[in-house]
Design a protein around this ligand. Structure first.
Ligand code: HEM
Length: 433
């Protein structure tokens, strides 16, 4: 629809409701930033009676409760706090390397998305909850299993996300759960054994506070912890695995990246926060991955008050759902020529400055943008640094080219995962020499 309809915006019907879709970057900026007071909430359903945990995660919460909690949760993601998490991430990444070394000696094609999901799961559980996820120890580790169930391509999950994103009234009517019941119960039980982390510290301090009538207690506290797991692992796993996929297809980019990683690590001695920040080409590669494969293919907002579309006499009535077609913007040849070509140089300073703002928004924008951006970026890059220091990646006979995306999930996922050949350079005869 984005490609076939010209003009700065258009309207669509989703079932019985008219929706507004913004195409023009200026209008997008207006919605996300300048006129935020008109668009402080997402369209997605939020109903405590239907799903107490889901209704209290930042992504789904409505105002005024969202505003009160967002400002309290933001400090968890400061660069100082994230820097302190690097040793924990490094230790999970070392387990990842050991696991990949074993798998690569046994199999010619490895489903890398699943391996990255194990890494991302254990990073979140150790950094946010202070417990070991142990996802590499067995295939059906408890945390990985519930994570898998949350994002599985099942009919039930498809129905859940369709009703939450597009038919909120159905959620209210039938009290549909966003998070499968056994996943919620697992979270409630798990939160009882959490240990000392910055996140838990903040939650304990806030517990029992009253934010203008929103009492922060019980399941509401658990929801704030659970959201780290729900929002944190699929996003990171997806970004790491799409990067490895593109590196299979683009050997010269892989070589250039490996050279940068090796040189920087020689200078810094080990994988530190500063070393990762110094890897400028790695940053360009990850930015280009998030252009081509944005985890969330669209953003949603809803009008709180009647809003006049800038430069027109058209008014959107309060309550109108609004969509920002993130994936389509990132693939628009007007902003990204030959959009299917993977080219990290699109993110050179010069190229970034030549594009209009709000054409590249993988973490959303404005006050309601992704709160975990720093955490997501650093845990993604750290995994890539560890993997590419030890392995080369290549297409196997099972690697899907091109990727066929799964329509039953709200995140951008390949129908068949991302299988590829992972070559352990330590096993190469030339390595010993
Ligand atoms: C590569 C990794 C990630 C990507 C691409 C990503 C992307 C996004 C996007 C597009 C949004 C919607 C923003 C908007 O509507 O303007 C979002 C929201 C959010 N993300 Fe992320 N995310 C990532 C990692 C994480 C991580 C690691 C966490 C937490 C540990 C996290 C927590 C959240 C939360 C809580 C929200 C809702 C924010 C709010 O409404 O206040 N994300 N993310």
């Amino acid at each position: 629809m984005y490609n076939s309809i010209s003009g700065p915006y258009f309207g669509i019907w989703v079932f019985h409701t008219p929706h507004f879709v913004a195409k023009d970057p200026e209008i997008i900026k207006q919605i996300l930033v300048k006129d935020f007071k008109y668009f402080p909430d997402r369209t997605i359903a939020s109903n405590e009676e239907a799903d107490e945990i889901a209704a209290n995660v930042l992504f789904i919460m409505k105002n005024p409760n969202w505003k009160a909690l967002r400002s309290k949760m933001t400090p968890v993601f400061s660069s100082g706090k994230i820097k302190c998490m690097i040793p924990l991430m490094n230790s999970v990444a070392e387990e990842l390397v050991g696991y990949l070394a074993k798998l690569s000696s046994q199999s010619d094609s490895i489903e890398i998305k699943e391996v990255c999901a194990k890494y991302a799961t254990d990073v979140v559980t150790s950094c946010a909850f202070g417990i070991e996820g142990r996802s590499f120890e067995k295939e059906d580790g408890a945390w990985r299993s519930v994570g898998r169930d949350m994002f599985a391509f099942t009919f039930a999950n498809g129905l859940r996300s369709t009703s939450y994103f597009f038919l909120p009234k159905l959620v209210d009517l039938f009290k549909i759960k966003f998070i499968p019941a056994h996943v919620s119960q697992f979270m409630i039980d798990a939160m009882k054994i959490l240990t000392d982390t910055d996140l838990i510290d903040i939650l304990i301090k806030l517990q029992n506070e009253d934010f203008d009538g929103y009492k922060f207690e019980g399941t509401r506290v658990i929801a704030q912890a659970a959201q780290f797991f729900l929002a944190g692992f699929e996003t990171t796993a997806s970004t790491v695995s799409y990067t490895l996929y593109e590196l299979c297809l683009n050997r010269s980019i892989q070589d250039k990246l490996v050279t940068e990683i090796k040189t920087t690590l020689q200078q810094h001695g080990s994988v530190t926060y500063e070393a990762i920040q110094d890897m400028k080409y790695l940053h360009k590669v990850v930015q280009e991955i998030l252009r081509k494969y944005p985890v969330l293919p669209f953003l949603d907002r809803t009008t709180m008050m009647d809003w006049k579309i800038p430069g027109t006499d058209i008014t959107l009535e309060a309550g109108t759902p609004v969509y920002i077609p993130l994936f389509a913007l990132h693939h628009d040849p007007k902003y990204f020529p030959n959009p299917e070509v993977f080219d990290p140089e699109r993110f050179s300073e010069e190229n970034i400055n030549s594009r209009p703002c709000f054409t590249y928004i993988p973490f959303g924008g404005g006050p309601r943008n992704c709160v975990g951006e720093r955490f997501g970026l650093i845990s993604t890059k750290l995994a890539l640094v560890h993997i590419l220091s030890r392995f080369e990646v290549e297409c196997s006979s099972e690697t899907p080219v091109p990727i066929d995306f799964e329509p039953k999930t709200f995140v951008l996922a390949s129908k068949v995962g991302l299988p590829m050949r992972v070559v352990d350079v330590k096993r190469r005869p030339s390595y010993a020499a």
